[in-house]
Design a binder for this molecule. Structure first.
Ligand code: THU
Length: 165
């Protein structure tokens, strides 16, 4: 219920006086497709140390999807999260404009709860998107999902515009 209330409050956001609805930015069917892709990407996770598998599906402005999974390491700290894998794949292919990312995760790939992006991933996403328009979708299934603007998950984030001006 608490989640539902938050969702209603954050259905729209105001950017430069313009009211933007999440539903206008990415349709329900695209959201479902992204979640499906994220679930299938999760199966590729390399997570022998934590056993926690994560999958992400990143949608570009031109509606192309890049997927990613978490890739762990015996030395632990080089571990790369699923969201960053998806972003680094896309950016390394020349993509620079993004609309949304769906994220799913669970122990042994069994999804029991929403898997919110970690702080490092939120900051990496911040580098490449407009936080007032980019959507982060966390999901338990195609039907059961929560949709946030990045700005809600990383308020007043430090971005390229702060260093360039
Ligand atoms: N993980 C992600 O892939 N994305 C997140 O946003 C949260 C954490 C991964 C990293 C690590 O391989 C495992 O989940 C447990 O932290």
């Amino acid at each position: 219920m608490e989640h539902d209330k938050n969702q209603v409050h954050s259905l729209i956001c105001r950017e430069k006086g313009e009211l933007i609805s999440k539903n206008e930015l990415v349709s329900r069917s695209v959201i479902r497709n992204l979640i499906r892709e994220a679930i299938s990407a999760m199966e590729k996770a390399y997570a022998p140390y934590s056993g926690f598998k994560v999958g992400a599906a990143l949608l570009t402005a031109k509606q192309k999807i890049y997927t990613g999974c978490n890739i762990e390491n015996a030395s632990y700290s080089p571990t790369n999260c699923a969201e960053r894998t998806a972003f680094f794949k896309a950016v390394s292919e020349g993509e620079r404009e993004f609309a949304a990312i769906a994220v799913v995760g669970g122990n042994d790939g069994v999804i029991k709860d929403y898997c919110p992006p970690c702080g490092v991933c939120r900051q990496v996403i911040r580098e490449f998107v407009n936080p007032r328009r980019f959507l982060v979708i966390v999901a338990k299934s195609e039907e059961d999902n929560l949709v946030y603007f990045l700005d809600e998950l990383l308020p007043m984030g430090f971005g390229p515009e702060h260093i360039n001006h």
